[in-house]
Design a protein around this ligand. Structure first.
Ligand code: HEC
Length: 313
């Protein structure tokens, strides 16, 4: 429900995810494309292996809401077909915490998507795989706009992330802005309605302030630091940033162009860029050229799996 295959294995319709019984979740659903290569997981990087990560959403009260590890194991044990599938996959072993983690992690590691037009141009030297505007976008990305200082891309490094956490001002803005009378609520991709803040607080849970990495380390210098996401397939997974507060790639580039949001802990690399309109457009076109060639095949594969309890393998 959160990592929807045809919505970039993320969720295009909601800025922040909605959990069991409509419960409020603080953060935006990240895509799981290429998650096999992530060195750290969650926007605050609090986990580092997929096998353990899966228990976060399974047990979080406001996400999938399972009360305990054993309740998940026991639920799966009574689903038709699953115990025998576990035996088959894990050398006669039973459904267990470890094997559930391994199974979900193994599936996610198949969601690898590259061979984008950019890859064909940059790594396979196909000169016409990118048009002139996209090539200009790349030059700005690694040059004047300084994007590649954090979204690293090199001849022998293809991930578009430094796997580190930075303060770009997105978190500061939502934590420190005075409470607004109206909040823009996204009702469809890019379509916002202004809704009275009092109405929202009547129907939703109180959302805790989001301080990013500070919540893990309790180091005050780590306030509002979030993980640099990979930019592969980024055109598919709007809205953007850890809180889904930026609806389009154009708006993300405009955000960087004005130097993010000023705050005492802002990363010094985030500065006004003085990009011209055609340069902003070129950067956006470049980001759109990062979509992998096998996206449709992965979506079809996700839909071909049986989702009912009756599994007949
Ligand atoms: C100082 C490091 C840094 C620099 C420089 C930087 N970024 Fe980012 N970028 C980040 C971080 C950290 C995030 C996540 C912020 C958040 O979740 O609040 C991010 C998020 C993004 C996203 C949203 C991705 C998603 O899935 O939500 C896009 C798109 C993006 N950056 C593009 C760019 C472009 C284009 C540039 C250059 C103009 C750039 N970035 C420069 C660190 C950086």
């Amino acid at each position: 429900m959160c990592h929807i295959p045809e919505q970039g294995f993320a969720h295009n319709e909601l800025a922040t995810a909605v959990g069991i019984e409509g419960r409020t979740v603080r953060r935006n659903t990240p895509t799981i494309y290429n998650v096999a290569y992530s060195k750290n997981l969650f926007h605050d990087a609090r986990e580092d292996t997929l096998e353990w990560q899966v228990w976060g959403p399974l047990l979080a009260k406001n996400e999938m809401g399972n009360p305990s590890f054993s309740s998940v194991v026991n639920k799966i044990k009574i689903l038709d077909g699953y115990p025998s599938l576990f035996k088959k996959a894990f050398d006669n072993q039973r459904v267990s915490v470890v094997n559930i983690g391994k199974a979900l992690a193994s599936y996610q590691r198949t969601l690898i998507s590259a061979n984008s037009n950019f890859d064909k141009w940059f790594y396979a030297n196909k000169e016409d795989a990118l048009n002139e505007k996209e090539k200009l976008g790349f030059r700005l990305f690694v040059g004047k706009a300084r994007c590649a200082s954090c979204h690293i891309i090199e001849a022998d490094y293809a991930l578009f992330t430094d796997s580190k956490l930075h303060n770009t001002g997105v978190g500061y803005l939502s934590s420190m802005s005075p409470k607004k009378e109206y909040i823009p609520v996204q009702v469809a991709p890019g379509v916002f309605l202004k809704v009275d803040t009092n109405v929202i607080s009547k129907v939703s849970n109180k959302v805790d302030n989001d301080l990013g990495l500070y919540e893990i380390t309790e180091n005050p210098d780590h306030r509002w630091k979030y993980k640099t996401p990979s930019l592969r397939n980024v055109a598919l997974s709007s809205p953007y940033m850890h809180n889904g507060s930026i609806p389009s790639l154009r708006k993300v580039v405009e955000f960087y162009n004005k130097g993010g949001v000023k705050n005492p802990l802002l990363n010094p690399l985030i500065k006004p860029l003085n990009l011209k309109i055609y340069e902003i457009e070129a950067l956006v076109d470049f980001l759109k050229a990062l979509t992998g060639s096998n996206v449709n095949a992965l979506i079809e594969d996700a839909f071909s799996a049986t989702t009912s309890h009756k599994i007949t393998h």
